[in-house]
Design a protein around this ligand. Structure first.
Ligand code: SF4
Ligand code: SF4
Length: 871
């Protein structure tokens, strides 16, 4: 509404939104068009929440407003985003129609990419001022405004007051709608072409409503919008070169008004055209672009069939042989990665010996060719029995080539959200750009949860533009600020032979650091001649950060120094240390200068130490450090707590079913390989799945419960986002019986203990009554045992059995609290229960929200150690 208001007062306005934001503003967009406003709506195109929340790329929001009357553009890369934005304002102000310019959410919006940024002076010259008086561009506008008009007309003008947004009934509403077609909308096409031509005159950069790549002589075309277009161009080059198949790419720059005239010309006579769309509309005849293309082609066919004048003179004329076979593919929804393999599948599907699937999905599987487990095989068979053709809904390509340009260097980071990896990645990308003048591409991959979760960052630099847009499967360097990376990810995946791996380690010697790498990965490192380095980035950040808040964030910065020291880049590019440090310093000044010199200096010292303190592991002996372990491989164990949870009657809420079909794959680091089955279609999760997660790998501290301070207020277990801190009230007799049962299980028959334990309860309760401040429940129990042993005739024999009892009791803590002990004792003596809080050692992610809400100092932060986890 604010943007519309600005526009109504004759100002140049723009809005930026995406996803649900677009859905919420949907209604207001129609009115903006009807009022002939001239603002531009930028969309970082995102998937809409359907069954589940996803904030990543999708074209749902873009197509949700297809028929509001906005003209719609889509940019495939940063350069196009910048240029088309400026051009869009020009079109809107000429046509008096607001416009949309979209780019792929995250995949383009969050991508660092080289571009020529249009200068302010250029923008000023091209767009002029909103209050410039210009020649009125169309006849209809001349009828309203005369031969000249204000560049952005004022709807709110005190000198010429009008009422807008009025009510129109049966008498006049329809005329007001119909008038918009000939007098306004029909002019957009020619005014767009005019604006493109004007921009080209100034910049040399040429745009058209539909752009193409190697399409002229092509037999087959891939048509799409957004970042997929650039990837398709590289794949097309590769397929032409390796297989001699003539393939081309069509970039649908403008969706509204639909460029039927240009599409008709481009597609005529092709053998096959695949339209790739980053959405799915299963109830429609076709996806949005496909629908338009079929309509455009049918008009061309009507032209061809006409005996007299062509009914659609702007469009081409088709004879039956000119009609291409059309295919429709859904891909990349919610930023699902699309590898070259998927685009190759698209091409192979169209070839004479291809599958010719008319509608298909890329990069997912309904049925896996090779199931991961016998249970998955059986499950897949049950799905295939019910849906024999479901497998063919997804298609796969026959290869997945590395399509990075010659001389490119590709880097992958493995870190944890909140540790500064994204800042490091950005700085590194910008430094490479400054140092080498290379084209760069860098982008993060993370989920919506971000903080505390594994994060991946991709970075590439190359002497020529990098067109491919996907996760990198072939990398030269892997940086892992995450010391536990191997517990959840194969950090060596795709690392090239002779590549470089740099990992965070607090170990003193190379031998110890090597021993931390599981044997299965040691084997890969040795067979692939991978250079391994380690660095204690945490120690460096701790010692150098003057602001303790920044310690975690600055750990990643040390890796920037380590990267240059370890990788051969400096040597290959003939760079001195002085040049390198200057470029890094410039980058830090640019990035952090506004925060003060201290922040820049802190970061610089961390980078420098990262450079100096990275060590190479030279002595790489398979199995070294794992002599006392089985094979160094972290086997997959079923979460302990699951064993005690019974199978649910409903499959939907059954945690065991969920573990088999979904949970275990995440724990193996294979969450990406979920199959497309009926359960995922429903996307609900059974309760307590948090117990699948093992957070020990990404947690350095955890809370510790101080029983004697606890008041059992319940705030901690109410706030915990992961149900990792359950509170429990137990009867004293129940606790003693449980310990006794455990003793019997561990030591077989016990002679004196059963009788003694019955007496113990009374003694403990007496102890409680005489309680002095500071004595814990466990101390009371031990004191009561001592007393009982002293008073007993069985002496050493009973003492021995009580030693077993103490052992089984361990240091599990209990608290005497007002709500569960005092109040109950008051109402009925000996009825008070013991309160206990346990922190689940695997599922607690260390967010410390429980510590923050505890007002009684009953939860404190302690460092995680092997012992503390075991306990
Ligand atoms: S640990 Fe703190 S927050 Fe939790 S129940 Fe005890 S007093 Fe309340
Ligand atoms: S630290 Fe966070 S996850 Fe762990 S028990 Fe406390 S609130 Fe729960």
């Amino acid at each position: 509404a604010v943007t519309a208001g600005l526009s109504m007062t004759g100002l140049r306005a723009a809005n930026f939104s995406s996803g649900q934001g677009i859905a919420y503003m949907h209604e207001s967009l129609y009115a903006a068009v009807g009022k002939r406003l001239t603002y531009i709506l930028n969309i970082g195109a995102r998937a809409m929440t359907k069954s589940t929340l996803n904030v990543h790329a999708g074209h749902d929001d873009y197509h949700a407003i297809d028929d509001t009357g906005f003209f719609q553009l889509f940019a495939k890369k940063a350069q196009h985003v910048a240029d088309l934005n400026i051009i869009a304002h020009r079109i809107a102000e000429l046509a008096l129609t607001p416009g949309v310019i979209a780019q792929d959410g995250f995949l383009t919006t969050h991508l660092i990419e080289s571009l020529q940024l249009p200068e302010r002076a250029l923008i000023k010259e091209f767009l002029g001022r909103p209050d410039d008086i210009i020649d009125t561009p169309t006849e209809a506008q001349k009828i309203i405004y005369g031969d000249t008009r204000r560049r952005i007309p004022e709807l709110w003008d005190v000198d010429n007051p009008v009422m807008a947004g009025i009510v129109q009934n049966q008498d006049s509403y329809m005329q007001s709608v119909a008038a918009q077609r000939p007098f306004f909308f029909d002019h957009i096409k020619e005014l767009t072409d005019y604006a493109f031509a004007e921009y080209e005159k100034l910049t040399g950069r040429q745009y058209e409503r539909v752009m193409s790549y190697r399409a002229e002589d092509a037999d087959y075309l891939i048509l799409g919008q957004g970042s997929v277009v650039s990837s398709a161009e590289v794949v097309v080059d590769y397929i032409r070169e390796t297989r001699g198949i003539k393939v081309g790419v069509v970039d649908l720059v403008m969706f509204r008004p639909f460029p039927s005239d240009l599409i008709g010309k481009l597609l005529k006579g092709k053998k096959g055209v695949t339209i790739l769309e980053r959405l799915d509309q299963p109830l429609a005849v076709d996806a949005p672009i496909s629908r338009e293309i079929r309509s455009a082609i049918s008009m061309c066919v009507e032209n061809g069939a006409s005996k007299k004048d062509m009914p659609y003179p702007d469009l081409d004329s088709y004879k039956p042989n000119d009609i291409p076979a059309l295919y429709s593919g859904s891909f990349g929804m919610g930023s699902r990665d699309l590898q070259p393999e998927g685009l190759i599948a698209t091409i192979e599907n169209m070839l004479p010996d291809g599958k010719h699937k008319k509608q298909f999905y890329l990069s997912i599987d309904f049925i896996r060719d090779v199931p991961y487990t016998p249970k998955q095989r059986a499950y897949q068979e049950s799905i295939q029995d019910a849906y024999p053709n479901v497998k063919d809904l997804a298609i796969r390509g026959s290869e997945n080539p590395n399509l990075m340009p010659e001389g490119a260097i590709t880097v992958r980071f493995h870190s944890v959200g909140g540790w500064g990896a994204i800042t490091t990645g950005k700085n590194l990308a910008m430094t490479l750009f400054d140092l080498l003048g290379y084209d760069i591409k860098a982008n993060p991959k993370y989920g919506s949860e971000k903080k505390g979760q594994p994060t991946t960052y991709y970075l590439a630099a190359a002497p020529e533009p990098i067109r491919i847009n996907c996760e990198y499967f072939f990398v030269d360097v892997v940086l892992s600020p995450d010391p536990n990376v191997f517990k959840h990810t194969n950090a060596l995946a795709g690392l090239k032979k002779g590549g470089y791996f740099i990992v965070q380690s607090d170990k003193e010697t190379p031998g110890e650091a090597w021993a931390d790498i599981p044997e299965v990965y040691q084997k890969v490192i040795i067979s692939q001649d991978i250079h391994v380095y380690y660095i204690d980035g945490f120690k460096i950040a701790r010692e150098e950060a003057t602001d303790p808040e920044l310690q975690l964030r600055m750990q990643g910065i040390a890796f920037q120094g380590a990267f240059f020291a370890a990788s051969p880049l400096m040597q290959n590019a003939n760079l001195s240390e002085v040049e390198l440090l200057k470029a890094i310093n410039d980058q830090l000044q640019y990035k952090f200068g506004s925060k003060g010199q201290r922040v820049v200096d802190d970061n610089m010292r961390v980078v420098k130490r990262g450079f100096d303190e990275v060590h190479e592991i030279m002595d790489k002996v398979l199995g070294a450090g794992h002599e006392d372990k089985k094979n160094g491989e972290t086997g997959l164990t079923i979460p302990t707590m699951m064993k005690s949870i019974p199978q649910s009657e409903s499959k939907m809420s059954d945690i065991h079913r969920f573990w088999e079909q979904t949970g275990n794959f995440y724990l193996r680091g294979m969450g990406n390989d979920n199959i497309t089955d009926p359960f995922i279609g429903l996307s609900v999760m059974p309760a307590v799945t948090s117990l699948f997660r093992d957070m020990t790998g990404i947690r350095f501290d955890h809370p510790e419960w101080i029983a004697n301070n606890c008041t059992a207020c319940g705030d901690c277990y109410t706030i915990c986002p992961d149900t990792a801190i359950p509170g429990l009230v137990s009867e004293l007799s129940g606790i003693l019986d449980t310990v006794l049962t455990r003793v019997k299980k561990a030591h077989g028959k016990v002679e004196f203990l059963p009788k003694a334990v019955r007496q113990l309860e009374g003694k403990i309760r007496t102890q409680f009554k005489q309680s002095e401040n500071g004595t814990t429940v466990n101390e009371h129990i031990h004191q009561a045992i001592d007393l009982l042993v002293r008073e007993s005739d069985e002496g050493p024999d009973l003492a021995k059995e009580f030693d077993w009892f103490r052992e089984e009791l361990g240091d599990f803590q209990f608290a005497l609290t007002r709500p569960y002990y005092d109040l109950h004792e008051k109402a009925e003596p000996n009825s008070g229960g013991l309160f206990s809080i346990t922190i689940n050692p695997t599922t607690c992610k260390g967010c410390m929200e429980c510590v923050e809400v505890c007002d009684d100092d009953a939860l404190r932060v302690v460092p995680q150690t092997d012992k503390s986890v075991e306990r």
